[in-house]
Design a protein around this ligand. Structure first.
Ligand SMILES: [Zn+2]
Length: 113
């Protein structure tokens, strides 16, 4: 499953960061998930809870921030946050828009000890 490989990559990343900082354990992990990233938050949480055992992240809080899709209109330069998949400028109706945010998922912060 998609989410499983994401979590494994995330745990590896957390372990590397913890090692660099000489941390013994990770308390909190904050990730940002774009609405258009294709990541299902619920499945990601399930996958995290499955894989965290016996890793440095066992016992860490897993916080997910959902990032709305953000587009910028190339014509009128309006930035819009969208809850729907809707690649159109709400101000001038232009379809000439650029996705600014909301298409990826990444690690935002780690709290370690
Ligand atoms: Zn526009």
């Amino acid at each position: 499953m998609h989410e499983y490989s994401i979590v494994q990559a995330l745990l590896t990343q957390c372990e590397e960061i913890a090692k660099e900082n000489d941390a013994q354990s990770v308390q909190k992990i904050v990730v940002k998930i774009g609405r258009m990233s294709g990541v299902e938050p619920h499945l990601l949480e399930v996958a995290f809870n499955t894989f965290k055992e016996k890793t440095i992240c066992d016992g860490a809080d897993f916080v997910m921030n959902l990032q709305p899709l953000t587009i910028e209109c190339n014509l009128c330069k309006t930035m819009t946050e969208l809850d729907e998949i809707y690649y159109k400028c709400p101000k001038c109706d232009s379809l000439d828009v650029r996705v600014v945010d909301g298409e990826d998922m990444f690690l935002m912060s780690l709290e370690m000890e």
